[in-house]
Design a binder for this molecule. Structure first.
Ligand code: NDP
Ligand code: OAA
Length: 252
């Protein structure tokens, strides 16, 4: 069975620990050591307050579910310690230099980096953008102001522009935009709205290209412990882990 070390023991970490299938969690790390210890009591994994000790444990995959800055800080070290890597805070890969260096290192060391589909549907066939023209790719995300840690009484446009700029301002809310960019291999236009009338995290994806047109709307329930994060994102990472050991891959 694949063994994992969980880096980040907040909302998604909790959902992984309570729902994981087909993998064994053996090590836990969080900058709030109490959170790692609490999850350790639930699943029997060892909690570490020191990142070096965490990386030195024997397991196959580091699962990052912490923050964009944590992904930046620890991704290289994870590979250097002989682990594969699952990155939930994919916004870290908006930094092209970092992304290329990490890919080079993974190639050199024969390691894999996995990016879950997260809080959206449609990443699979969007990859055709790497070989065929896509003329328009727009993500319109709408969240309740509570999810964005702000207050407003009316629908408000917070950001309009490119994904790699948006993630700098909203690293806890727009990782999906960078996942779209990586899949399609081209820039993504992003609109981020705060709307007190919605109780879901809504992502509308509008795609036009040589293949035709597609519109995808995902109305996500929020997670129990973090309204910024859609429950789907946590389900997506649990599913990715479940499928890693399977011989057959479904979806492009
Ligand atoms: N790809 C996608 O589609 C999606 C990605 N995400 C991303 O997934 C990540 C996890 O989400 P979620 O579980 O809801 O977030 P939470 O804030 O609930 O949990 C993250 C945990 O990681 C800790 N943490 C943050 N930075 C570090 C660090 N540098 N080193 C160690 N621990 C750290 C946090 O501590 P503290 O509370 O002190 O910060 C917290 O305990 C976030 O980055 C989020 O933006 C979320 C939804 C969709
Ligand atoms: O969970 C969501 O709806 C999206 C999100 O926070 C992100 O992409 O960072």
């Amino acid at each position: 069975m694949l063994t994992i070390g969980l880096l980040g023991c907040g909302n998604i970490g909790n959902i992984i620990v309570k729902n994981h299938v087909g993998v064994e969690i053996v090590a836990l790390f969080d900058q709030m050591p109490g959170r790692a210890e609490e999850l350790g009591r639930l699943c029997g994994a060892r909690a570490f307050a020191n990142i070096e000790e965490f990386f030195n444990q024997e397991f196959d995959i580091v699962v990052e579910a912490a923050s964009v800055s944590a992904a930046h800080q620890y991704a290289m070290a994870a590979l250097e310690h002989g682990k594969d890597l699952v990155v939930m805070s994919v916004g870290a890969f908006a930094d092209e230099g970092f992304r290329e260096d990490l890919n080079d290192l993974a190639r050199r060391l024969g390691r894999r980096i996995y990016v879950p589909s997260g809080a959206i549907f449609g990443l699979d066939n969007l990859k055709i953008g790497q070989i065929s023209g896509i003329s328009k790719l727009l993500l319109r995300s709408t969240k309740n102001p509570r999810s964005l840690n702000m207050e407003t009484t009316e629908r408000t446009l917070l950001f309009s522009g490119q994904a790699n700029e948006c993630i700098r301002h909203y690293p806890k809310n727009t990782n999906v935009s960078v996942a779209l960019e990586l899949a399609a291999g081209r820039p993504v236009e992003v609109e981020l709205w705060a709307d007190p009338a919605v109780d879901r995290n809504v992502h509308e994806i509008i795609i036009e290209g040589d293949f035709g047109e597609a519109t995808i709307t995902v109305r996500n329930r929020t997670s129990p412990d973090n309204p910024a994060t859609s429950y789907l994102a946590a389900l997506s990472i649990v599913t990715l882990l479940k499928n890693l050991a399977e011989p057959m891959r479904v979806g492009t």
